[in-house]
Design a protein. Structure first.
Length: 375
């Protein structure tokens, strides 16, 4: 497991993971602002024409409030009974072509009864992470790498962020129809629904992984470099009910919201290990609110050194290792000081307790008392 392999060198790993997380988050909000040279305007047309207008040509995306969400909805499992969700959202403000946008984003994760939050702030000259209401300043060198990563992703011109990643929705959206007119994020939009050619979508994703691996611009070390033909075939044959909903601006044909939904069956050993899970639904959403309305991004008022964040995240790394079955959490503390031994023992006990629970959510929740000195 990735977690267990890297957990032993926590201080360097935390810095690396934070840099990758920040790069991915900040590049995400900037990709659609790379070519902010003007809007595309044309009269209303059929669904295919609207999709082409939305996903080609320059569109003005200078600022707004971004909301990105990823959810897995289980069916049939005795142990995984609630959705597993990841969210990323907050205001952003462009600082000009090729520059890292100013942003204040919050990453949230909900899984197996656990909830986590992490804030990522970029002012354009400094970067910060916030955890539990406390802000920590990113080292200058790490922040410069974020800025460099975004500049690399933004270089080269083009007609939009998705195409720079090798992703062209026009390749894999099929049978589009106009659903109607709706208000999204304060704007009048046209709602379009289309089916998905999954194999073509995986082809674009494969191109994205290859580009990310070749450039390293978005902190791609944790991503696979390609999808094998065999895997593409298996996924394409398993996916069911794949649809995409697009909300495009009625006047400017600029994307306001995107929702991808699909289902896939779960069988065999994986189903057994996950409490009889029979199917899972996946939804991915991306939405803008208050598009091109100015956003003010300020640095946190009270900031602590990044070393404090590193210390706090060590315990969280041990917990993650337990959640993902990565072995003994003692590796997380490495050659820690005597003062941290009791904390390491608690995390180790918590990890062992989670493994003994074998996916039983009620038992996993009772394990939390071990982190507070309970028996």
């Amino acid at each position: 497991m990735l977690v267990s392999r890297r957990i032993g060198s926590c201080s360097s790993t935390v810095s690396g993971h934070t840099r990758r997380l920040g790069a991915l988050a900040l590049v995400l909000i900037g990709l659609f602002a790379i070519s902010a040279c003007g809007t595309t305007s044309s009269s209303s047309g059929d669904a295919q024409t609207l999709l082409r207008q939305t996903f080609t040509g320059p569109h003005t995306v200078r600022s707004g409030i971004l909301n990105f969400g990823l959810a897995l909805n289980p069916s049939g499992s005795r142990t995984i009974t609630t959705p597993i969700t990841l969210g990323l959202g907050g205001p952003f403000q462009s600082r000009g072509s090729g520059k890292l946008p100013a942003s204040k984003l919050e990453l949230t994760i909900n899984a197996l009864g656990h909830h986590g939050q992490l804030g990522i702030v970029s002012t354009g000259s400094n970067g910060f992470v916030t955890l539990g209401g406390t802000a920590y300043q990113l080292p200058a060198a790490d922040y410069q790498k974020l800025a460099s990563s975004f500049s690399s992703a933004a270089a080269g011109g083009g007609t939009g962020g998705l195409s720079k990643l090798g992703i062209n929705p026009l390749h894999w959206l099929t049978q589009p129809t106009v659903v109607g007119s709706e208000s999204v994020g304060g704007a009048s939009t046209t709602h379009i629904r289309a089916h998905v050619n999954v194999d073509a979508l995986l082809g674009d994703l494969n191109t994205f992984l290859q580009k990310a691996s070749a450039t390293g611009a978005t902190g791609s070390a944790a991503l696979p470099t390609a999808i094998s033909p065999a895997t593409r075939q298996k996924v394409a044959s398993a996916v069911r009910n794949a649809t995409v909903d697009v909300w495009t601006g009625s006047n400017d044909k600029t994307l306001r919201k995107l929702l991808v939904s699909l289902d896939f069956p779960v069988t065999g050993q994986i189903s057994t290990e996950l409490g009889g899970l029979s199917a899972a639904g996946i939804s991915l959403s991306l939405a803008y609110a208050n598009l091109n309305q100015p956003q003010t991004i300020a640095a946190p008022a009270h900031v602590r050194p990044f070393s404090g964040f590193t210390s706090r995240i060590k315990g969280l790394s041990g917990q993650l290792q337990g959640l993902f079955g990565g072995g003994t959490a003692g590796a997380a503390s490495g050659a820690g000081t005597a003062s941290s031994s009791s904390s390491s023992a608690a995390v180790s006990g918590y990890s062992a307790c989670l493994q003994r629970a074998k996916g039983d959510v009620a038992k996993m929740q009772r394990c939390a008392s071990l982190l507070n000195g309970g028996g």
